[in-house]
Design a protein around this ligand. Structure first.
Ligand code: CMC
Length: 430
């Protein structure tokens, strides 16, 4: 049944009725698409804290309940019972696959993992000590120069091929960016091992000896990928959507998403968090850092704490914490000092009135760095790993958006605060 409710807005004595739309879950929205045409005013919402930018049926978050659903399925069930490629299928196509469909999808992704051999030369143009994220932004953008046969966004089959290529090749590109940064030869993907194991092998194998992937580590890696797969309209996803709204090709759009993810308030937080835990060094220095985080004159923030949407707990952090315990236990990393600091910091912050009142809880990045560190990744690889995982989210949202007949170029308005009209002044008269 069509929603007939409206919200009433009065401006200078004139009243306007704005349609209200109800989602399948979450708060109602006031549809303001015709507001400017009808009233001559804009809304103003920097940071988009009260603005929905699109219709989407992929991911739902209830920040108060600490709930994250992909196509209706809770993230903890997916993290525990499913695996990354199955979640990729779910995000891309909307339903869990049956066994034959999953096998076919895994085959397709596995058989797209190699990158064009000429792209190897492209890597060699970067400074050897380049951050792997810098290399990834460049190389993923450059995919549009190598895969012309999947850049026509008006063709649904080309869109699908681009989606598969991006999900398949991102681990290869991230691993190559890492190998390049440490001066080791690139390791080609293999078709006889799974997605997470392949990524570990491409990062840690060397041609001089056999490398056997530890199934415990590949399971932990797969869970990290699963927990980061999508998160509705976050900053990098909105960046991908905005870039794509102009009709740009998918590889360029995902490169834009990677650039946005890099920042420490978003995907860069996992690197920043582990560096912070190491800087704290021992539990007795925690009060000093807590005080700094609370000091309005100090820009320092507790990395891995707080979230724009989650105001109760981050359901991904819960699973990640269990995973961290499991991995460290299985690796026999007893008394890991970083983990000790993390656990104590979490305990202290959760009891501190500042963090309680502002509803600041550990987010997904608080524990992921500890696992990645235990696996053997340097901090510079933490955000690239987030990018590998989030690619399926970006691609699913991009596919959804391009197929939407209501697609419009994204073009926010502004509240102008600059000079009004004035005449040019000749240089000798200034
Ligand atoms: N440490 C100390 N104070 C904090 C923190 C923190 N980590 N996070 C927020 N606050 C305070 C902030 O100073 C503000 O205080 P006041 O109201 O007195 O000015 C209040 O809490 C609200 O903060 P905000 O910046 O307005 O909130 P936001 O929704 O814009 O920011 C955030 C969300 C994630 C950017 C922020 O919490 C933050 O910078 N956290 C640390 C970085 C981090 O861990 N990011 C990873 C997010 S999860 C992974 C991802 O999605 O990429």
């Amino acid at each position: 049944m069509a929603d007939t409710r409206t919200a009433t807005l009065t401006i200078d004595g004139t009243t306007y009725e704005l349609p209200i739309r109800s989602p399948t879950a979450g708060p109602d929205v006031i549809d303001i698409t015709k507001l400017y045409a009808q009233t001559g005013v804009f809304t103003h919402d920097p940071g988009f804290t009260s603005t929905s930018s699109c219709d989407s049926s992929i991911t739902f978050i209830d920040g108060d309940k600490g709930e994250l659903l992909h196509r209706g399925y809770p993230i903890d069930q997916l993290a525990m019972k499913s695996h990354f490629l199955e979640v990729c299928y779910l995000l891309l196509y909307g339903e869990l696959p049956d066994a034959a469909t999953l096998e076919e999808f895994e085959f397709t992704i596995t058989h797209h993992t190699m990158i064009h051999e000429q792209m190897h030369n492209f890597f060699r143009g970067f400074r050897r000590d380049a951050h792997p994220m810098a290399t990834m932004v460049g190389v993923v953008g450059a995919m549009s120069a190598f895969y012309h046969d999947s850049t026509d966004i008006t063709d649904p089959r080309q869109r699908e091929i681009a989606s598969h290529r991006l999900i398949a090749k991102l681990p290869t590109i991230a691993a190559m960016a890492y190998k390049y940064s440490i001066g080791q030869p690139f390791v080609y993907p293999r078709n006889d091992i799974d997605y997470a194991a392949n990524f570990l092998r491409m990062c840690f194998a060397v041609p001089a000896e056999e490398y056997k992937v530890d199934p415990i580590l590949s399971r932990a890696m797969d869970r990290i990928f699963t927990l980061h797969a999508d998160h509705e309209q976050n900053a990098s996803t909105s960046t991908v959507r905005l870039a794509a709204s102009s009709g740009a090709n998918p590889f360029a759009c995902i490169a834009a998403g990677i650039a946005c993810l890099w920042g420490p308030a978003h995907g860069g937080a996992n690197q920043a968090c582990l560096e912070m835990l190491r800087e704290i060094g021992s539990p007795n220095r925690i009060p000093e850092f807590i005080e700094r985080a609370k000091d309005k004159d100090d820009p320092f923030r507790l990395m891995g704490f707080g979230h724009r949407v989650y105001k109760n707990f981050d359901p991904r952090a819960k699973v990640m914490k269990e995973s961290a315990d499991e991995v460290l236990d299985l690796l026999g990393v007893d008394n890991n000092p970083t983990l000790q600091v993390a656990k104590e910091l979490e305990r202290v912050a959760l009891e501190d009135p500042y963090f309680v009142e502002k509803k600041l809880y550990p987010n997904v990045d608080f524990y992921s760095g500890i696992i990645l560190d235990a696996i053997g990744f340097p901090t510079s690889m933490f955000t690239p790993i987030f990018a590998v995982a989030r690619t399926v989210g970006w691609v699913s949202q991009w596919k959804e958006m391009i197929a939407d007949p209501a697609l419009k170029i994204g073009r926010p308005r502004q509240l102008y605060t600059g000079e009004t009209l004035r005449d040019y002044v000749e240089i000798e008269d200034r």
